[in-house]
Design a protein around this ligand. Sequence first.
Ligand code: CP
Length: 360
Amino acid sequence: MIYNNLNLIDLNDYPVSWWEKLLSLAHKIISDPGAYSKACEGKIMGTLFYEPSTRTQMSFQTAMLRLGGTIIGFDNPATSSVAKGENLKDTTKIVSEYADVVVMRHPVAGSVKAAALNTECPVINAGDGGHLHPTQTLTDLLTLKEEKGHLDNMTIGFCGDLKNGRTVHSLIKAMSCYQGNSFVLISTPELSLPTYIKDILNAGGHKFTEVTDLDKAIDQLDVLYMTRIQRERFSSEEEYEKQKGCYILDNKKMSHAKQDLVVLHPLPRVDEIAVEVDDDPRAMYFKQAKYGMYIRMALILTIIEGSDKPAPLITGCEHIHHKCSNPNCIVHRETYLPHYFRGEGTTLECEYCDERTLVE
Ligand code: CP
């Protein structure tokens, strides 16, 4: 096992009780934000965004400023020494010497865990490729807790790009920790949920169905989580064009939904929710983005305070003769990284991107 700082790489590294502590702190901050305005005075947060972002980056920055702290960082690696060829390890290690906490988004799966191996301060995953986005999941959990009042016994529909949607992967993993939730996975066969997430659902005995038609599924849902078809994750423009516009939520579809449906979307949207739906009281996605700021305030405060036990960073061990089979895993870009895997025998699970690799 390797432990270092109180990082947040994958929400499932921590028990549900820890998430609930954050939700409860966020609730207190919402009720009395002024009481926390100096909670991080003198502290510095580094935001390293190797990939574009509006909500995650600015909500983290606003969260730290509202806690009385300050921020450094970049939102475009081209304006940093990354443009001169600096590797991930060197950039993140240096910034972690300057800051008290580092928030990082990167286009490659497993990159944030890879960075956390060498940093001096805690690292928060703000999205690593198509892999995970734990603070979006905390945002989604807070939205559901505040708006629905509970996180269990719901039928939750996920619609769109379930293959590449890291927010979907993280939220399904989180909601499968609560009793009585069932899942309706609405996508084309090409954009269906990765097998490793379905394995988690199967292993936990959770009910899920896979369907292609949003119209036929919408009336059974308590929550509908819409997602964007992630153009930047396709191998070619031609492949993207085949999937573009395949799901569009509009007022006609909403007319078949439950009156207490909550529609979420991590945003940004392209065309998957018609603008006419914005005025429907069940459309919760703009409010959801604001909840994101409060939960990030709670997270920064908890991590800076540092009184909780860190989750282990690596639970497996190094296999020098094996390489992760996922071509989008960080180990293929940052070739100095040790090849850490969980498990043994013929199936190894990559510690960085969670992909399963079959070995001889
Ligand atoms: N939801 C989300 O991650 O949005 P951004 O890409 O704008 O940060």
